[in-house]
Unconditional design. Structure first.
Length: 102
């Protein structure tokens, strides 16, 4: 089994995080925004696992488990809100959220 250098994995994780951050800032569709948040959380998980493996400690992998649990709960709640918003407004655009205040 070939061992990958930690800086390669961390560079990959940073790239994934920046792609997610760019999508979060530029997109208007709530479904795409939720996917970008998941992408950012997964890149953080990859960083935690890399640092955990570098230091020979299991704490990073345990925190990855909790991050995955929180991400699953966030996805369930977010998709529930998304379905409720779509049923009300027939759109999933972030500009239409302002219409719910009135």
């Amino acid at each position: 089994m070939q061992v990958v250098e930690p800086w390669v994995v961390l560079t990959f994780a940073a790239t994934i995080f920046l792609i997610g951050l760019g999508g979060l800032m530029l997109r208007r569709n709530i479904l795409v925004i939720l996917m970008c948040i998941e992408l950012m959380l997964n890149s953080v998980n990859l960083s935690f696992v890399t640092f955990s493996r570098m230091h020979g400690d299991m704490a990073g992998q345990v925190s990855v488990f909790f991050i995955i649990v929180v991400a699953a709960a966030e996805s369930a709640v977010g998709l529930g809100l998304l379905i409720a918003m779509f049923r009300t407004l027939r759109s999933v655009d972030t500009d239409d959220i302002r219409l719910l205040r009135e």
